[in-house]
Design a protein around this ligand. Structure first.
Ligand code: P6P
Length: 331
């Protein structure tokens, strides 16, 4: 019987391959696993712990914060700051980045995070997720962090991953050598390697989009979705949960495409480049998939601000290519 290895063992084995590393990344990955367990515990008992619903506060985008948004944000901030590997954190729930430790002068890495994406789904018991991205700081150690440490292209990411608080809780991440998924065994409080070397299937016939957006979406998206609908022989299915991590994870397992398009009223779409699109794009490419915005690659985009929005199309290569050909027809 093959021994299933824990997340901790997997992280330590990976570090052993790079003997000269400082161990800061190992500590950071470990801390993410700890924070995930804490948030998972609260998400799973939200209805009992009186932490459903709105917190009565707003985030950086004047969006009503759910009580669990605030809890998750505080938990990741507390755990990652204590670990001393992180110099600063950019969060969907915070207007500006947070400096860790001694004003961000130590710590090799910065973290971009959406602490609890899709949190309004908790009230109706739908799966939600955390999305994270780890970058090396650009400013030298000992100096104060600046915007350039956070506003880096997605190609600069060291680690990207998500935690899915679903029928089971999973932590899925990449360090650039493939994508591996770990499932939490609540009986022992450990994540175990359950999905090694995750890859999009060769084919996929799921499309995920908020149908209500189609009437004002860009023509390429309209054409692509019409093509999916008008070809029943291709067996397309529409699946949209309204929880990005959940839709992404299902499409990674079964094959498919998730679209949050540019529209007339929101030409930059809705999703955030730094802590939603870029980390999921890194994961998608590492899993043999693709990710684009209206013009092409997501990972090559240089963010102008922490909370910059971007149109986002991610999933199986053949479906992204199909969408791209719809853009070409446009020209
Ligand atoms: P809409 C949740 O608010 C989120 O950021 C993603 O998790 C989800 O895919 C999307 O927005 C849903 O947006 O406009 O379809 O409700």
């Amino acid at each position: 019987m093959r021994k299933t290895i824990t997340l901790q063992e997997f992280i330590m084995d990976a570090q052993a391959e790079f003997p000269f590393v400082s161990g800061q990344l190992t500590r950071l990955l470990t801390d993410l696993g700890v924070a995930a367990k804490i948030v998972n515990h609260q998400v799973n008992r939200a209805g009992l712990a009186g932490i459903l619903g709105e917190a009565g506060s707003e985030n950086a985008h004047n969006e009503a914060q759910q009580k669990l948004d605030v809890f998750a944000d505080r938990t990741f901030m507390r755990i990652l700051t204590a670990g001393k590997s992180v110099a600063g954190i950019g969060s969907e729930e915070q207007e500006d980045y947070i400096l860790c430790g001694d004003q961000g002068k130590s710590g090799k890495y910065v973290v971009m995070i959406d602490p609890l994406d899709g949190s309004s789904n908790v009230d109706v018991n739908v799966s939600i997720g955390t999305i994270f991205s780890i970058l090396r700081r650009v400013t030298p150690m000992g100096e104060a962090l600046s915007d350039q440490d956070f506003l880096q292209r997605g190609t600069e990411q060291v680690v990207a991953g998500y935690i899915l608080y679903g029928s089971s809780t999973m932590l899925v991440y990449t360090t650039g050598s493939g994508v591996n998924g770990f499932t939490l065994d609540p009986a022992v409080g450990e994540f175990f390697l359950s999905h090694p070397k995750m890859q999009f299937p060769e084919t996929g016939s799921i499309y995920s989009i908020n149908d209500a957006l189609l009437s004002e979406a860009n023509p390429a998206t309209q054409r692509f979705i019409a093509g999916c609908r008008e070809a029943p022989e291709l067996g397309f299915k529409s699946r949209y949960i309204g929880s990005l991590v959940t839709d992404f994870h299902r499409n990674l397992i079964k094959g498919g495409i998730y679209l949050y398009p540019s529209t007339k009223s929101n030409p930059n779409g809705k999703l955030r480049l730094c802590y939603e699109c870029a980390p999921l794009a890194f994961l998608a490419l590492q899993a043999g998939g693709a990710a684009e915005d209206d013009l092409g690659s997501i990972l090559g985009k240089l963010p102008e601000n922490l909370h910059q929005r971007s149109p986002f199309y991610v999933g199986s290569v053949h479906l992204i290519q199909g969408l791209r050909s719809c853009w070409m027809e446009n020209q």
